[in-house]
Design a protein around this ligand. Structure first.
Ligand SMILES: Nc1ncnc2c1ncn2[C@@H]1O[C@H](COP(=O)(O)OP(=O)(O)O)[C@@H](O)[C@H]1O
Ligand SMILES: [Mg+2]
Length: 435
């Protein structure tokens, strides 16, 4: 398997050649804190410009910057560079080849004085949880649901075909950048077109990723089904409070997994199916699944939601891991095949906005060489201190706020209305600007 070409040049133990300015706090996870920074050094030729900086999608205050997301791992994670290179996240990020729906790692370094490991990623505007919250209940255009789900499934399928599984797929680990607005065709006959945002999706957080042993990565396909359902409804399908409550809620929808119940529910959108191992496991633990039949999954979604999409979600939410759709089967599902031409139009529009990757010369011209810039050197330790001081509460922490579809003020540069408007044209047509 090939490793990511961009990494070869940069992955070193030395922190002395890095030069960057801290811009703001982005987010926190269980194992790290992430900051938006302006990167002064050169990146490898061919490094694509992040979607946040694509022409016309870039916020004015960022146009003269080279934005990166710097993830500072919590200290206990590393005591030497050699240890860092053994971390699961490092291994997965290094070995999974580049893909448009997987966050791109630019660089990785270790600050020995602080015993801190840093990952430098392409920056994204926010995560999927923030994106859904920012909708304030406003459902997504049908084609936007297809576009987002397809991008997640494509990223996941790539991870799996590279011999890894992610094991932590959830809205917080799915990054979103909005690059404009689009008048989407409505897939319901006779219904008016729907104006909505165009987004780029990338999977991140490989902290729990593992190389696949003999078994296919079943668990995250359940996660994918749950994420797609949440995207459609803008609320979780099984909002459990604790493990037991969660299992009860799941059983209340998908029904009891015993064969006896399943025999009475032949429909594809009915139930989680039979799960012999689960029933045996529960029995051994003295646990009783609710004795309930499944409900028709379509009743949990709006009537406008295509039946094929509900079937796809149902195919991912099977109790028996072996009965679930694989990520490749999900992409090939009739729902995605039928919707592919629409989603494809969105992708084309997106790529019309993306400039070609930087040539070596352009990189030098635009960002200078690391040698000619002021160095942070030992200053990286100071930066680490500054990051600590930059408390989440004190900073503009909500990248998600840039995702509000409602403008913050009449002249807000950040609102979508004042940003890019893309109208879908026929395939191949460069989308024009609308005001
Ligand atoms: N490249 C990035 N661009 C923008 N935000 C990011 C990026 N990477 C992470 N984040 C934000 O930081 C949060 C924590 O990062 P993550 O990689 O999930 O760390 P952890 O392993 O600690 O959960 C994410 O939920 C997301 O909101
Ligand atoms: Mg995370």
């Amino acid at each position: 398997m090939t490793t990511r070409p961009l990494l070869h040049h940069f992955l070193t133990r030395s922190a002395s050649i890095r030069s960057l300015t801290l811009l703001k706090y982005i987010g926190d996870g269980a194992f790290s804190t992430v900051y938006l920074c302006d990167w002064h050094g050169a990146l490898s030729p061919g490094t694509p410009l992040p979607a946040m900086q694509w022409p016309r999608a870039c916020r004015p205050e960022y146009t003269d910057k080279r934005l990166v997301a710097v993830k500072r791992m919590k200290p206990q994670w590393a005591d030497s560079w050699e240890n860092c290179t053994q971390s699961k996240e490092f291994i997965a990020l290094r070995e999974i080849p580049i893909h448009p729906n997987i966050v791109l790692l630019y660089d990785c370094f270790f600050v020995p004085e602080k015993k801190e490991l840093y990952f430098v990623f392409e920056p994204m505007e926010g995560n999927m949880y923030e994106f859904m919250k920012s909708r304030r209940g406003q459902t997504l255009a049908g084609v936007l649901v297809t576009s987002i789900s397809h991008q997640i499934a494509s990223g996941l399928s790539h991870i799996h075909s590279s011999g890894f599984f992610h094991r932590d797929l959830k809205p917080e680990n799915i990054l979103v950048t909005t690059i404009g607005m689009c008048t989407y065709p409505n897939t319901s006959p006779g219904a008016p077109p729907e104006l909505d945002v165009v987004v780029v999706i990338k999977i991140t957080d490989f902290g729990l990723a593992r190389k696949m042993a003999s078994k296919p990565p079943y668990t995250e396909l359940w996660g994918l089904g749950a994420v797609i359902a949440e995207l459609v409804n803008l609320r979780p399908l099984f909002p459990g409070k604790g493990e037991l409550d969660q299992i009860h809620r799941i059983t209340a929808v998908l029904g009891n997994p015993s064969g006896e119940h399943v025999a009475r529910t032949p429909s594809a959108v009915l139930g989680g199916g039979e799960w012999v191992d689960g029933v045996r496991l529960a029995h051994g633990l003295g646990f009783q699944f609710l004795q309930t039949p499944p409900v028709d999954l379509s009743t949990l979604f709006d009537r406008k939601v295509p039946r094929e999409l509900v079937k796809c979600i149902a195919g991912l939410l099977k109790y028996d891991p072996a009965a679930r759709l694989t990520s490749a089967q999900c992409i090939e599902h009739p729902y995605f095949r039928k919707m592919a031409p629409f989603a494809d139009l969105v992708t084309r529009s997106a790529f019309c906005l993306q400039p070609p990757p930087l040539s070596a010369e352009a990189v030098r011209e635009k960002f200078g060489s690391t040698e000619s810039r002021p160095q942070m050197g030992a200053g990286l330790a100071e930066m680490s201190l500054a990051m600590r001081r930059m408390s989440p509460a004190a900073s503009d922490s909500s990248l998600g706020s840039t995702m509000d579809s409602a403008p913050k003020s009449q002249n807000s540069q950040n609102s979508y209305k004042s940003r890019l408007n893309v109208r879908m044209g026929p395939p191949g047509e460069i989308p024009g600007r609308r005001n």
